[in-house]
Design a protein around this ligand. Structure first.
Ligand SMILES: Nc1ncnc2c1ncn2[C@@H]1O[C@H](COP(=O)(O)OP(=O)(O)OP(=O)(O)O)[C@@H](O)[C@H]1O
Length: 342
């Protein structure tokens, strides 16, 4: 079942001054996020990601198309009904957006008050949330006494206070160092697995998508240019923009200067063996080469793991008589996609 569904949604911001052109921030976007999924929406600055988030929580109205959240079509809903829908959507932000004058406890209590949860129930709920995010001992601290990672944990506890079905994370780790990013992403996974919350992660970093998303949506200039299961998008990216994003985290195929340097430094034939179906190269590769009497050197490559399945490319420089090398390449083609790169 789709928890979030955008059908052919566009958002055009009209010019605010004379002489300016309207901006199409979102252009005919289809998006379906299934219940229990973690979807990663990636794109460069200005691609339209934040506008998609604002359309999902009803802060922007689409110029055309419809937005449905948890079975309710929110397009055209009056503000009063929208507020009720928003209670089912948690949000976390890059700059955490905590109240600096309230303690951790006070920050987490705030959405409970807005949702008119009886005060008698606050203590138990807040304590449960702070335990869940690992901050039970910081309840009386103020935000400026916390690290960035701790602030985001408070943001997550606050976003979960009213037990939303959906959590929207807009660049939630962009202000954090890599180690803290890993911890916060692990916490988001826990939110997904243990609480069953559907999560949409908006980011410009492929490493974030790689470590958390089940599903990847790539946006460019307001459009969705690629959308698929994380393993497929990482192992066989189709759109050039996706290919560039994937190369920022998995640089297994030699291109450009690397390829030139390989050619300059190896006189033999250079072949790449690609594994894109979840299988891995094993000792059989080397056994084939040895039995064919071919010399080899591993000159480039890498294997990556996405959602528990691996893929990657190994590049080898082969040396020996032409017939033996041809024979070995023929045998390897039975086991992997082989490309001769030089
Ligand atoms: N309220 C607005 N009025 C006018 N133009 C807007 C408005 N909000 C966004 N835009 C424009 O829409 C386009 C998409 O912006 P959006 O913030 O959705 O992109 P993004 O992918 O989230 O980028 P970033 O990561 O930089 O926030 C940009 O060209 C932006 O300038």
């Amino acid at each position: 079942m789709a928890v979030i569904e955008l059908s052919d949604v566009s958002k055009v911001f009209g010019p605010t001054r004379r002489g300016e052109r309207p901006v199409t921030a979102v252009d005919g976007v289809p998006l379906r996020v299934e219940a229990g999924q973690i979807a990663g929406i990636i794109g460069h600055s200005g691609a339209g990601k934040s506008t998609v988030v604002r359309l999902v929580n009803g802060l922007e109205k689409p110029s055309s198309g419809t937005v449905t959240v948890d079975g309710t079509t929110i397009t055209g809903l009056p503000e009063r009904r929208l507020r009720a829908v928003r209670l089912g959507i948690g949000m976390i932000f890059q700059q955490f957006n905590l109240f600096s004058s309230r303690t951790v406890w006070g920050n987490v209590a705030y959405p409970l008050r807005v949702a008119k949860v009886p005060t008698a129930r606050h203590r138990e709920r807040i304590s449960e949330l702070l335990h869940f995010v690992g901050l039970a001992d910081r309840a009386h601290s103020y935000p400026d006494q916390l690290s960035g990672g701790q602030k985001q944990r408070v943001g997550i506890a606050r976003a979960l206070a009213t037990s939303p079905k959906v959590l929207l994370a807009d660049e939630a780790t962009s202000a954090l160092d890599p180690e803290t990013t890993r911890d916060v992403l692990a916490l988001l996974r826990k939110v997904n697995v243990e609480l069953g919350v559907t999560i949409v992660v908006i980011t410009h970093e492929m490493a974030v998508v790689r470590s958390i998303a089940d599903r990847v949506v790539v946006m460019e200039r307001g459009r969705v240019v690629e959308d698929g299961p994380a393993f497929d998008v990482f192992s066989q990216p189709a759109h050039p923009t996706t290919q560039r994003f994937v190369r920022t985290v998995v640089d297994d195929v030699p291109t450009g200067a690397t390829l030139e340097s390989l050619r300059a430094n190896h006189s033999g034939r250079i072949v790449s063996l690609s594994y894109r179906d979840g299988s891995r190269p094993g000792s059989e590769v080397f056994a084939e080469l040895i039995s064919a009497g071919v010399g080899f050197e591993l000159v480039h490559g890498g294997l990556a793991d996405v959602r528990g399945r691996s893929f990657g490319t190994l590049t080898l420089a082969l040396s020996g008589p032409d017939a033996a090398v041809d024979h070995a390449i023929g045998r390897l083609r039975d086991r992997a996609a082989v490309t001769e790169v030089a």
